[in-house]
Design a protein around this ligand. Structure first.
Ligand SMILES: *Cc1c(COP(=O)(O)O)cnc(C)c1O
Length: 499
C-alpha cells in the first residue's frame, strides 16, 4: 500500500512552475503603471466560476493557468498608482516575497516557543515606541482595523465591568454606552453589536467645521446620559476619519476620559501613521495618551493585506478579557508550548498566520524614516490635488483636506444638487470603467463627492493632474452642462443624457 501526500509528484516540474509563477507576478508588479487601474470581469470569465468542485484534481499547472486567465487580469487594482478608493493599501514587491516566506514556513503564531512569535513581539515593541506607548503595554496583530477596534473595545468594556465601583441597578445592569463623533467608522458600530451592546450604545456627537468632535456637546451628552442612568465606559477618538482624514482633539479627549473615568480608544486605522513623519506628527498629537490604539499596516504603511494591530496599555485587563483556560492549551515550562504571553490570551483567535513577518521585513528593509517620508509625500499630493480643485472653474472642493483625503465634485454653475449628484456618480463610474483612476465616493451634506484617499507609495503628483483633467473632460463630455443649465434644461433632461 502506497501512502499518499500532497507534495509534488515531480519536484523538478514543480520548481519550474514555481519560477514561472514568480516571474509572472514580478511582471505584474513591475508593469502595473502600464495597465488600466481596473477592468470589469466579462460574462465569459464569470461563467467559468460556476463550475463545481472537481472530484479529481486538474493539477497545479492547469489551476494556475485558470488563475492567470480568470483572476489576475481582473484584480481590484489597488496596487496601481492611480487607485485612491476607500482606504486601500498597495503592498510592495518585497511584501509579496514575505507572503511567500510565511507561506513556506506555515507558522502558527499563537501559542508556541518559536522564531515567529519573537518576530511579532519585536514588531509590537517597535510600534509601541513609534506611538509613544510604554514598554509594559501589550497588543496583538490583527487581520485589520475592524478587529483591532473590536479587541480594544472588548477590553474597555470588560475592564469597566470588573471595576469595583461599577453600579448594578435593581439587579439588571444599566446600559453601557460609548461616545464617538458622527464621523466614526462603521467598524465601531459593528464592534458594539458584537459585544452585545447594540449599535444604539454608540452615542454620536456632532462635529465642527473641521469635522472634529465637538467637545462641549460631548460633555453635555455624557452628563445627560449619566443623569438618565446610562453607564458611559469609553470614548472612541478618531485619528484620521474616512470621509476627510480629520483627527479629533485627542488631548482633550484624554483629559475628559481621565476626569470621567472612561477608557479612550483611538481608531487610527490609517491616520495613526501620520506619527511616522515629523511633518505630519502634530496632526495626531495625543495618540500616546490612548488606553488602546487601533491601526493598520496594510493601509498607510503599504504592507500587503492583511495586517492590522491594536496596542493596549492595561496588560492585565487585556489578558483577563481573552483568557479562557483549557487543559489542552496549558503552556508547559519547556518545549514547543513554552510561551509566557501567548497570542490566544490577547485576542479572539487561536490559530493565526505569520502576518508579523511581512511587517518586520518591511520596517527592516525601508526603515521608519522612509516610511514617514512616503506618508508626508501622500499628504503633499493631497494638498496638490486640493489646490488643483480650488483653482479649477468647474470643480468644487467639499470639506476640509487636512491629511491625505480630498473630496470634490464637478459642479457646473447653477445646476441643482440632485442633478450634480447624478452627474458626479456617472463621472466616477466612467473613471473606473475606463481604467483611468479609482477614487471612491461619499456624501457630504447631501452632496455626492468624488473621494480621493492617497495611501499609495506609487502615486506621483502628475497622476493627480491627470485625474483632474479627466474629471473635467468627462464632465464636459456629459454634455455642455453649463450651457444646458443656462438655457434652463430640466434635471430630467440631464438624467436622460446620462442614461
Ligand atoms: C479602514 C478603516 C477601519 C477598518 O479597518 P480594516 O482594516 O478595513 O478592518 C476602521 N477605521 C477607519 C478610520 C478606517 O479607515
Amino acid at each position: 500500500m502506497r501512502d499518499e501526500s500532497l507534495d509534488p509528484t515531480s519536484w523538478p516540474e514543480f520548481r519550474s512552475l514555481a519560477h514561472r509563477v514568480l516571474e509572472d507576478l514580478l511582471d505584474f508588479q513591475q508593469h502595473v503603471r502600464d495597465r488600466p487601474v481596473w477592468q470589469p470581469v466579462p460574462a465569459s470569465i464569470d461563467a467559468r466560476f460556476q463550475s463545481e468542485a472537481p472530484v479529481d484534481g486538474v493539477g497545479i499547472e492547469r489551476a494556475y493557468e485558470d488563475f492567470r486567465e480568470q483572476v489576475l487580469p481582473y484584480a481590484t487594482g489597488n496596487i496601481h498608482p492611480r487607485f485612491w478608493g476607500w482606504v486601500a493599501g498597495t503592498g510592495t514587491p518585497s511584501g509579496m516575497l514575505a507572503e511567500m516566506m510565511s507561506g513556506g514556513l506555515n507558522a502558527i503564531v499563537g501559542n508556541f516557543n518559536d522564531g515567529a512569535s519573537r518576530v511579532e513581539g519585536q514588531v509590537l515593541r517597535w510600534m509601541k515606541s513609534v506611538f509613544g506607548f510604554p514598554e509594559e503595554a501589550s497588543g496583538i496583530l490583527t487581520s485589520g482595523g475592524s478587529v483591532a477596534n473590536l479587541v480594544g473595545l472588548a477590553v474597555a468594556r470588560d475592564v469597566f465591568q470588573e471595576r469595583p465601583g461599577t453600579r448594578k441597578r435593581d439587579g439588571a445592569a444599566p446600559r453601557l454606552v460609548l461616545y464617538a463623533s458622527s464621523e466614526v467608522h462603521s467598524s465601531v458600530f459593528k464592534a458594539a453589536k458584537l459585544l452585545g451592546l447594540g449599535v444604539d450604545a454608540v452615542r454620536l456627537v456632532p462635529v465642527d467645521r473641521h469635522h472634529r468632535i465637538r467637545m462641549s456637546q460631548l460633555e453635555g451628552i455624557l452628563q445627560r446620559d449619566r443623569a438618565r442612568g446610562f453607564q458611559p465606559f469609553a470614548i472612541v477618538g478618531n485619528a484620521g476619519t474616512v470621509n476627510t482624514g480629520a483627527t479629533d482633539d485627542l488631548n482633550a479627549l484624554a483629559d475628559l476620559a481621565a476626569r470621567e473615568g472612561l477608557w479612550l480608544h483611538v481608531d487610527g486605522a490609517f491616520g495613526a501613521m501620520a506619527a511616522l513623519s515629523p511633518e505630519t506628527r502634530s496632526q495626531v498629537a495625543g495618540l500616546d495618551r490612548a488606553d488602546s490604539l487601533a491601526f493598520d499596516f496594510h493601509k498607510w504603511m503599504y504592507v500587503p493585506y492583511e495586517a492590522g494591530c491594536v496596542l493596549i496599555r492595561d496588560r492585565e485587563g487585556y489578558v483577563s478579557t481573552f483568557s479562557v483556560s483549557a487543559p489542552y492549551l496549558e503552556n508547559l515550562p519547556r518545549g514547543v508550548g513554552a510561551h509566557a504571553d501567548p497570542a490566544n490570551r490577547r485576542g479572539p483567535e487561536l490559530s493565526r498566520g505569520f502576518k508579523a513577518l511581512k511587517v518586520w521585513l518591511h520596517i527592516r528593509e525601508h526603515g521608519l524614516a522612509k516610511l514617514g517620508r512616503l506618508v508626508a509625500q501622500n499628504v503633499a499630493q493631497a494638498r496638490h490635488l486640493a489646490e488643483l480643485v480650488d483653482r479649477s472653474c468647474t470643480l468644487e472642493r467639499l470639506g476640509p483636506a487636512p491629511l491625505n483625503i480630498v473630496c470634490f465634485r464637478y459642479a457646473p454653475a447653477g445646476a441643482p444638487d440632485v442633478v450634480v449628484n447624478q452627474l458626479n456618480r456617472e463621472i466616477l463610474m466612467r473613471l473606473q470603467e475606463r481604467g483611468i483612476a479609482v477614487p471612491s465616493s461619499t456624501v457630504m451634506e447631501g452632496k455626492f463627492a468624488i473621494r480621493v484617499a492617497i495611501t499609495n507609495h506609487r502615486t506621483r503628483h502628475d497622476d493627480l493632474d491627470l485625474l483632474v483633467n479627466q474629471v473635467e473632460a468627462i464632465g464636459a463630455e456629459l454634455g455642455a452642462v453649463e450651457a444646458t443649465y443656462r438655457t434652463g434644461a430640466t434635471a430630467r433632461g440631464l438624467k436622460a443624457r446620462l442614461a
